[in-house]
Design a protein around this ligand. Structure first.
Ligand code: PLP
Length: 393
């Protein structure tokens, strides 16, 4: 075998794929498998079951043998329901511009592949959800990280500096945010919208945690003046309805971009699973009470976590989603060292902040998607762990 540089393995693999790193969340997830003593605040997976009425509709559809493909777009009644549902976040899209996807993950991929030409820059305020950067690179784009620590909010002046330098094609927003729990007010979104218009950027807005907004109302950036025509909204059912394994989400995009996304979706996915689409329809039509209950429970957990640990760490109170992002750098350990030692010594799994971008170094992400009982025990163990560490003077 002639070797012309690189390992044999890496020559078999596309350079683009070879250049991206495996997710830092998976690594910690794998460490937890097979350890029942570990309390995992690691993975962003709701601990609630899918609401019964959703499961019932899916079971009934299976009993009737409804297991076919749907149209590439998704079931017409579901697209209609999604369009109607989005009015609560400030605008009612044309159902023609809605595509049902296999989760928001697919939506991110479709969005980036539909809009990027080789080398196009994409602004990604960090800390950010782990898939934005790799999927930008896989779509041929250049991911431009914008650090937002310590307040975790991108502001106009900060962003415009990067926009001038990189002339980006798009910016990716995610609010309420994974991993920081922050969300953006209408005023903050208006600043970003002004910038998007000024620099002619497309906004990819990942609103998967919109239903888990604790106070005030979630506002979609697409609802702001002049933004519907330049925003790709991504949303789904994994978090609020605990439908993670059912793989179901959707995109709402301007007509030309929706058409481009559909082209990719029809070749690489064909359609989202019909059983999950039927469940999603029930979720939108009849699950308001379940949503209220779940949101209230996450809020209770958030309150407990922040109350108990704010004497130990600097913590910004999460405004949505189910993540807290405490600062741990005062204890003189890197994020990875902290997370590894906490896991090995006390059996609590968290994710090191640098998994979400370099500026997440010095933080850890704790997902409070576990029962109150487990959360209390995890907090006790964290307190115990830090008692053994000496804060930096
Ligand atoms: N976007 C964000 C911000 C997430 O936190 C997640 C999952 O953790 C996803 C997208 C993926 O969602 P889905 O299960 O719909 O693919």
């Amino acid at each position: 075998m002639k070797r012309t540089g690189g390992s044999r393995l890496s020559r078999r693999i596309s350079e683009r794929v070879d250049s991206i790193k495996p997710s830092g969340i998976r690594k910690f997830f794998d460490l937890v498998i097979g350890r029942p003593d570990v309390i995992s605040l690691g993975v962003g997976e709701p601990d609630f079951p899918v609401p019964w009425r959703i499961r019932e509709q899916m079971i009934y559809s299976l009993e009737r043998g409804i297991t076919s493909y749907t149209s590439n777009h998704g079931l017409p009644e579901l697209r209609e329901a999604i369009a109607e549902y989005y009015s609560k976040f400030g605008f009612r899209p044309d159902p023609e511009n809605v595509i049902v996807t296999t989760g928001v993950s697919e939506g991110i991929d479709l969005a980036l592949r539909a809009i990027l030409n080789p080398g196009d820059a994409v602004l990604i305020p960090e800390p950010a959800y782990v898939s934005y950067k790799p999927l930008t690179i896989l779509a041929g784009g250049e991911a431009v990280a914008i650090p937002t620590t310590p307040d975790f909010k991108p502001n106009y002046d900060h962003l415009s500096k990067y926009a001038k330098e990189f002339e980006p094609k798009a910016i990716i927003l995610n609010y309420p945010n994974n991993p920081t729990g922050v969300t953006y007010s209408k005023k903050e979104l208006e600043e970003i919208a002004d910038l998007a218009i000024e620099f002619d950027m497309i906004v990819v807005s990942d609103e998967i945690y919109s239903e888990l907004t604790y106070s005030g109302k979630h506002v979609s950036v697409a609802s702001l003046n002049g933004m519907e025509e330049r925003t790709i909204v991504l949303n789904g059912f994994s978090k609020a309805f605990a439908m993670t394994g059912l793989r179901i989400g959707y995109v709402i995009a301007p007509e030309d971009i929706a058409e481009a996304m559909l082209k990719i979706h029809q070749y690489c996915m064909l359609c989202a699973p019909i059983t999950a689409q039927i469940g999603a329809l029930e979720a939108l039509r009849n699950c308001d009470e379940e949503l209220d209950r779940v949101r209230a429970e996450y809020m209770r957990r958030r309150n407990l976590f922040v109350k108990r640990l704010s004497g130990v760490f600097e913590i910004r109170k999460p405004e949505g989603a189910f993540y807290a992002f405490p600062k741990i750098s005062d204890y003189g350990l890197s994020s990875e060292e902290f997370a590894e030692r906490l896991l090995l010594e006390k059996g609590v799994a968290v994710v090191p902040g640098n998994a979400f971008g370099d500026c997440g170094e010095g933080y850890i992400r704790c997902a409070y998607a576990v029962s109150m009982e487990k959360l209390k025990e995890a907090i006790d163990r964290i307190e115990d762990f830090v008692r053994g560490l000496r804060p930096n003077p």
